[in-house]
Design a protein around this ligand. Structure first.
Ligand code: TYD
Ligand code: MG
Length: 394
């Protein structure tokens, strides 16, 4: 270990600050980044914009296997991307791609997409698991040997994991996924794995007619400024990487005609909902076995943090009783199986974010109460769910 010369990571900016943030401070030379996401979500757009904005003395190469060079050039023009220093290669044979890279020596290479590549050594079709694995392995080897940044685009396939980006996750240094509702304009890029930075860090973008624009104040985008009171609607402060994010959790509870009432979640884990319904029944006396329960996070954001528990519980009771929670109220807290509310990390940051956006009160875990809470936001706290529900609705 001590004989290995540990030189500082050599990073260069992707030209897109939100992307740099997700990467942990920029592209690391010799590293391989996988950018996954549904078709049409904006992967090609983001990477084209990024290549156009990296430093002028950094040679870049965009390898397209899906679109023709004319299509790419047309899009670059429309996006106002400066392509004068960008090599554009329409090629799907990985051996030819590596040969070209070795002679042209770009420092950043984008492969769009890995599913279109093939190697001469295998007979199977491009996009099959074997081809995706083998072509990626060759590109990874080249990136490490030549200190080149390799960005692989991977489509998430309809069938799920098969031959999608999942099969590559262990081979690459960084895995980023594009999230977002295609019907709306905003997009999240989230780090799922990062050997050079924190995971769960997110970058927030809006898709406009001139490509992806960075969103400076994402919370404002997800919750809106008007704080309306709606039954079943609760604002949650979630923590994504180093950044607090306010999102709206909505629940709809309705009498069910079905023998097995439906439990549906969008943007949340359904097993978590089942657990919270059991907690509400046992510890709050709120029986929902003859009700359908739908819970969603507005705007296509996905929240996996247990800190969402309390907001989900409050939203469900609010919908059941048809009584709104005041729209300027923020809620967060983890709920345990004993009905207790557990503290969550970085409570103060969450409160500060809410205060910035004009929230006047917050319901938080008792364990998060400290002397350092920001002034200007009225904090109520509870130690268990029954207490919290009582505070909100009685
Ligand atoms: P794209 O980057 O091609 O998606 P991916 O590479 O992930 O498949 O994005 C395509 C979508 O983005 C397409 O539906 C149109 C939209 N879009 C815009 O709204 N504005 C733009 O400036 C561009 C380039 C694309
Ligand atoms: Mg594309």
């Amino acid at each position: 270990m001590s004989s290995v010369l540990a030189s500082a990571e050599n990073r260069l900016s992707s030209g897109v600050p939100e992307l740099d943030r997700v990467l942990g401070g920029g592209l690391v030379l010799g590293s391989v980044v996988l950018l996954g996401g549904d078709p049409g979500i904006g992967k090609s757009t983001l990477l084209l914009q990024s290549l156009g904005r990296v430093n002028a003395d950094v040679r870049t190469m965009y390898v397209t296997g899906e679109e023709s060079p004319q299509q790419i050039a047309l899009r670059a023009e429309r996006l106002g991307v400066d392509g004068s220093d960008m090599l554009l290669l329409a090629e799907t044979g990985v051996e030819r791609i590596i040969d070209t890279a070795a002679s042209e020596r770009p420092r950043v290479i984008v492969i769009d997409s890995i599913q279109t590549l093939y190697t001469d050594h295998l007979q199977s079709a491009p996009g099959s698991v074997a081809q995706v694995r083998e072509t990626a392995a060759q590109l990874v080897r080249y990136a490490k040997l030549s200190e080149t940044v390799m960005v692989l685009v991977g489509h998430v396939t309809k069938e799920g994991a098969l031959a999608g980006p999942r099969v590559l996750e262990h081979m690459v240094d960084t895995v980023l996924y594009f999230e977002g509702d295609r019907a709306s304009s905003f997009r999240l890029v989230r780090a799922f794995k990062n050997r050079f930075g924190a995971v769960n860090e997110i970058g927030v973008f809006a898709m406009t007619d001139r490509g992806l624009k960075e969103v400076i104040n994402p919370s404002a985008m997800f919750v809106g400024a008007d704080h309306v009171d709606l039954p079943g609607s609760v604002t949650l402060a979630t923590q994504e990487g180093s950044r607090p994010l306010l999102v709206e959790v909505q629940a709809l509870v309705d009498r069910s005609p079905l023998a097995n009432p439906r439990r549906l979640t969008v943007g949340l884990e359904s097993s978590r909902l089942a657990m919270l319904l059991a907690v509400l029944h046992r510890h709050v006396g709120c029986a929902l076995y003859d009700h359908d329960v739908f819970v969603s996070v507005v705007g296509g954001v996905r929240v996996f943090e247990p800190a969402a528990d309390l907001a989900i519980c409050v939203a469900i009771v609010s919908s059941l009783q048809n009584r709104p929670v005041p729209g300027d109220t923020l809620v967060f807290g983890e709920v345990g199986l004993a009905g207790e509310i557990r503290p969550v990390q970085r409570g103060v940051d969450r409160l500060r974010e809410a205060q910035k956006l004009g929230y006047a009160r917050a319901l938080i875990p008792q364990g998060n109460v400290s002397r350092h809470l920001p002034a200007g936001i009225a904090v109520i706290s509870a130690a268990d769910v029954a207490g919290a529900i009582g505070l909100v609705f009685d």
